[in-house]
Ligand binder design. Structure first.
Ligand code: NAD
Length: 509
C-alpha cells in the first residue's frame, strides 16, 4: 500500500518548530550550508557554518570549561543532566517532529529517539553517584591501594544522519556527569536537530546556574570540520558514529596522537530462523528489523538465514508483508516506511539490487514509490532471495534490502553468519535451548549485540552499545561504557612507618 501525501510545507513547519525549541533564526537562515528534508526533498534551511579557526576556538573554550567543570562534584553534575532530561520531556513532541522532518523518520520513531535521550539522561543521573573505583588488596603491610576515576577532558562527538539526536545524548549525558565538556560535529544532513539540542541544553544550563561557559559546543560544517575535532590536541576522546569508511579515516588519525576513539560504524546484521522458531514472532521482528526506519538503522536486519524446514512457511508470509507494507510521507500519513535520506541512498539501493540479481537473487519490491516529489526518494522495501551469501550480501547497503538465504546445518549457518566484515547486531529465533546458548557462546555470534527471539534493532540504553570487527569496537550508552569518558588512576597510600617495596625488592641506602 502506498499512501499519498497531502501538501505539506516542511520548511515552514521546521521554522516554527525551531522557534518553539528556542533556536535563533540567524543560525539557520542566510548561511552557506543547505539543509534538506528527505520527506519532500526540499531545502528547508541555510545554515551558518563554522570555519576551521572558529572550530578550534570553540574547542579551546570547551577545554577551559572542562577545567572548571571537572571540579564540580559528580552528583551536582548529575543535576545538570537531570534538568536536561526535564527540558527534553517538555519538548518531546516538537523535537520528535523535527527529527521526522530532518531525518524522515515516522512519528513514533522520531518520538522514540527523543525518549531514548530522556532515558539516557535518567541513567546518567543515577550514574553520577556511581562513578566507582575499586579498593584492591595490597601485598604491602600498612598500605591501601585503590582506583579513582577522574574527568578526561573535551569529548568530541561526530554523529550520523540516521540517529541525529539520540547518539549525541548517549555521549553528552555520560560525558557531562563524568566531568567532561562536549564538542559536537553533527551530520551535515541533520544540522537543525543539533541546533535544537544545543538550545535545549543551554536552557538546562541556565537553570543549573553556575556551569562554566562553553561546556557544550556545536560545530556546523562538513567532514573537514570533523577533521579539526579529530586532530585537535585538546580532545582526548572522539566518539564517532557513521560509516566504516569514515572510521577508517578517523581511527588512524586519533591513534597517531594517542587519543581515544569510540568508533560506532556500519553493520551487516543477520538473523537465523531455526526449525523450532515461533514464526509469528519471527515475522513481526523481521518486518520491523528489516523495513523499519526504511532500512536506515545501523542495526537494521540485512541478512536472514531460514532453515529449510520452515522456509516455505515463513518466506511467502514475509513476501506478503513486503508487498503490503505502507510507504508514505511520515508527516502526513500513518505509513510505516518513510523516505530514504537522499538520491545517493536510492542509487546505492538500486545498484545493490542489480548486483544481487547478477548473483541469482530473486527480488520482491525495491522499486521507487512515486509520491509526487522530484527529490523525495521513497521505495518499496526489497526482499531478495539469494542462492548463497556473496556479492552485495557481504556489504552494508544503507537501505531496506533484506537478503534471505536457506540453510540446512546449524554449524555451517553460524559460520556464514560470522563471515562478513561488520560485527554489530545479530539475532536467532529458536525455542531450542542448545541452539540459543550456542549462538550466545564464545563460538557463536561474533557481534557486539546478540539477541534471542528479538530482532537486531531497537536496543535499550541500559546495555553497552557497539560492535566488533569493522563496526569499530566502541561501546557507548549503558553498562560500564562511562569508563571511556574518564581517566583511571591507581593510588597506593602508605600509612605505615616503613617503606616495604613490592615484590620483596630491597634497596637500602
Ligand atoms: P557518514 O560516515 O557519511 O558520516 C557520519 C559523520 O562522520 C558525519 O558527521 C560526517 O560529516 C563525519 N565524517 C565523515 N568523514 C569524516 C572524516 N574523515 N573526519 C571526520 N568526520 C567525518 O555516515 P552517514 O551516512 O551519516 O550514516 C550512515 C552510517 O552510519 C551507516 O554505515 C551506519 O551503519 C552507521 N551508523 C552506525 C551506528 C553505530 O552505532 N554503529 C549508528 C548510526 C549509524
Amino acid at each position: 500500500m502506498n499512501i499519498a501525501a497531502k501538501k505539506v510545507d516542511v520548511a515552514r513547519e521546521a521554522a516554527v518548530l525551531l522557534e518553539k525549541l528556542g533556536v535563533a533564526s540567524d543560525l539557520y537562515t542566510g548561511g552557506a550550508m543547505p539543509s534538506f528534508s528527505p520527506v519532500t526533498g526540499e531545502q528547508i534551511a541555510s545554515l551558518k557554518t563554522v570555519s576551521a579557526a572558529g572550530a578550534a576556538e570553540k574547542i579551546e573554550k570547551a577545554d577551559a570549561a572542562f577545567r572548571a567543570w571537572r571540579l564540580v562534584p559528580a552528583p551536582k553534575r548529575g543535576e545538570l543532566v537531570r534538568l536536561l532530561g526535564e527540558e527534553l520531556r517538555a519538548v518531546k513532541a516538537d523535537l520528535g517532529r523535527l527529527v521526522s522532518i530532518e531525518a524522515g523518520k515516522i512519528p513514533s520513531e522520531g518520538l522514540g529517539e527523543v525518549q531514548e535521550m530522556i532515558d539516557i539522561c535518567d541513567f546518567a543521573v543515577g550514574l553520577s553517584r556511581q562513578l566507582y573505583g575499586l579498593t584492591i588488596a595490597t601485598e604491602r603491610p600498612g598500605h591501601r591501594m585503590m582506583e579513582t576515576w577522574h574527568p578526561l577532558g573535551v569529548v568530541g562527538i561526530i554523529s550520523a544522519f540516521n540517529f541525529p539526536v539520540a547518539v549525541w545524548s548517549w555521549n553528552a549525558a555520560l560525558a557531562l556527569v563524568c566531568g567532561d565538556a562536549v564538542v559536537w560535529k553533527p551530520s551535515e544532513k541533520t544540522p537543525l536537530t543539533a541546533l535544537a539540542c544545543q538550545a535545549i541544553l543551554e536552557r538546562a544550563i541556565a537553570r543549573f546556574g553556575d556551569a562554566p561557559e562553553g561546556l557544550s559546543q556545536v560545530l556546523i560544517g562538513d567532514r573537514a570540520i570533523g577533521e579539526v575535532l579529530v586532530d585537535h590536541p585538546k580532545v582526548p576522546l572522539v566518539s564517532a558514529t557513521g560509516s566504516t569508511r569514515m572510521g577508517r579515516e578517523v581511527g588512524p588519525r586519533l591513534a597517531k596522537r594517542f587519543a581515544r576513539a569510540i568508533l560506532e560504524l556500519g553493520g551487516n546484521n543477520a538473523g537465523i530462523v531455526c526449525p523450532s522458531a515461533d514464526l509469528d514472532m519471527a515475522l513481526r521482528a523481521i518486518a520491523f528489523g528489516a523495513m523499519g526506519t526504511a532500512g536506515q538503522r545501523c542495526t537494521t536486519l540485512r541478512r536472514l538465514f531460514v532453515h529449510e524446514s520452515v522456509y516455505d512457511q515463513l518466506v511467502p508470509r514475509l513476501k506478503k508483508a513486503y508487498q503490503s507494507v505502507s510507504v508514505g510521507n511520515p508527516l502526513e500519513t500513518t505509513a510505516l516506511v518513510g523516505p530514504l535520506v537522499d538520491k545517493a541512498a536510492f542509487d546505492n539501493m538500486q545498484k545493490a539490487i542489480a548486483e544481487a540479481k547478477g548473483h541469482g537473487g530473486v527480488v520482491t519490491g525495491g522499486e521507487r514509490v512515486e509520491l509526487g516529489y522530484e527529490n523525495g526518494f521513497y521505495v518499496k522495501p526489497a526482499l531478495v532471495e539469494m542462492p548463497k551469501q556473496e556479492g552485495p550480501v557481504l556489504e552494508e547497503t544503507f537501505a531496506p534490502i533484506l537478503y534471505v538465504i536457506k540453510y540446512s546445518d546449524f554449524d555451517a549457518v553460524l559460520a556464514e553468519h560470522n563471515a562478513v566484515a561488520a560485527g554489530l547486531s545479530s539475532s536467532i529465533f529458536t525455542r531450542d535451548m542448545q541452539e540459543s546458548e550456542r549462538f550466545l557462546a564464545a563460538d557463536g555470534s561474533d557481534c557486539g549485540i546478540a539477541n534471542v527471539n528479538i530482532g537486531t534493532s531497537g536496543a535499550e540504553i541500559g546495555g553497552a552499545f557497539g560492535g566488533e570487527k569493522e563496526t569499530g569496537g566502541g561501546r557507548e550508552s549503558g553498562s560500564d561504557a562511562w569508563k571511556a569518558y574518564m581517566r583511571r588512576a591507581t593510588n597506593t597510600v602508605n600509612y605505615s612507618k616503613a617503606l616495604p617495596l613490592a615484590q620483596g625488592v630491597s634497596f637500602d641506602i
